[in-house]
Design a protein around this ligand. Sequence first.
Ligand code: IMP
Ligand code: MG
Length: 502
Amino acid sequence: MSFSSRRRNYHLVPHRKDELIGWMKSMLIHSFVLDALESTAGDTFSHFEQLINEHLHKSKSQDPPDNGSASQVSRLKQIVPTVGTFHTPLPLRKAFEVYNTKYAITKRKHICISFNEIRHILNLAQIMAFVEEGRRMRGLSMSYNEDEVEECMNNDNDDFHGPKLVTFDGDQTLYSDGANFESNSELAHYIYLLLLNGVYVAVVTAAGYEYMTEKYEMRLSGLLSYFKKQKLAEIKDCCNRFYLFGGECNFLLQLGCDYKLHAVKEHGVGGWKSSTRYLPETPSNWPEDDITALLDIVEESLTHSISDLKLRARILRKKRAIGLIPIKLNDQLPREGLDEVVLRIQTTLTSKDNANNINHLPFCAFNGGNDVFIDVGNKRVGVQILQSFCDIKVEETLHIGDQFLKSAGNDRAARDVCPCVWIINPDETTYILKNILRLAGVISHNDEETIQNADIDGDGGCEKKGASGNSSVTIGSNVNNTSMDIDEMARRSSLTEKMIRL
Ligand code: IMP
Ligand code: MG
């Protein structure tokens, strides 16, 4: 191989890093080395907050792009060129202070703040941002004094001070990679509470089985039977607010009152494809020939990679996706090999000729842990269609997923169209939902203990906040503490951290 082609293909920047978090960490290391974190870390987080705000405003600005001139490019973009889109301000200083009160990061002399700690703080800031927005709308201050919390709790209107649409990735977010949602009643209960409080919930998963509804139902079996146990269908419209988008954005299903998933009508009045035709990237605007061309290019590249990299893998071609999967179900494919395959495909599909041939169809190539999939479409399109279909604004949406690395993550695309939370396992998802519900005033600390220890599998349920409540469960309604609970953070993050190179 010639030197120039090596240079062309070699990834000079390690591809399993998040540059924004890496940069934040490097900013904090200076103070750590000087043993000055105690007095400066808060200001450093304020500085991040300001840069993100400026970036947010620049990207929202109506001015036409000016060939990337300095005035159009935010300072943050100049420092971290790969930085994604933000949709809300992030109260990072406040999130840091809450986190630091619990974990005493600034007291440490030997161990600097880690990648995962910064990820946690960003996540806390994102969910706090939803509540702050609600408070701003109601003219309340940003400090959470007890009287105001009480006022918020006694507020009998139907406002839920949190996201109005929560979209979840499937694998590794709701259940472990390749597994099904079996019994996880705490997570199921929090999702149930979201529905009860008027929130739209959607699983936006790469897994695509066309409209074979029973396959999706099997993957969500524990969640659906939890809904059934709680008699979700008896509460008006709750089931209808639960969706599943299979194949990233290809197959839309909705929960019926029979606790089964049903294909949503695609065409005609009210059809999801017809009514979202105005979105340039939506599937109804994809020419069938371009889809075939894309899948052909990918199949050729995968076939070559399997022999070139000596992978014990085979190809699985579907209607809107191609996968590279192990020949034997339980064989483990090397992560480096899978990443190489993903990067080769991305290079191939974005090369000028190919991109023109497939008319820049949206696609998603990612390493799914023990497979590689290339889907036509991506989660940006999936979330955007749901926002349009359910009439929810960008800044009222939250996507929760585990794959946000720029190089090989399939949740990253959702960042373009909504605020996101980056978790690494279903336990962290549970923790995030718990805090959303606490900050929104739906559950209290006491409720959590009830949920964790008591009979939520039985004939229980939880009353909708402010509603007369025809559900049966008894979870205390004396909510007097809506502050963050970060007690379980370390336990919940545990082993899966090895998935991310720090
Ligand atoms: P997600 O994390 O919920 O987006 O699911 C990703 C996983 O779904 C992949 O790693 C695959 O194991 C599985 N999968 C099954 N069918 C498909 C498909 O058609 N496209 C992409 N992934 C698929
Ligand atoms: Mg996933």
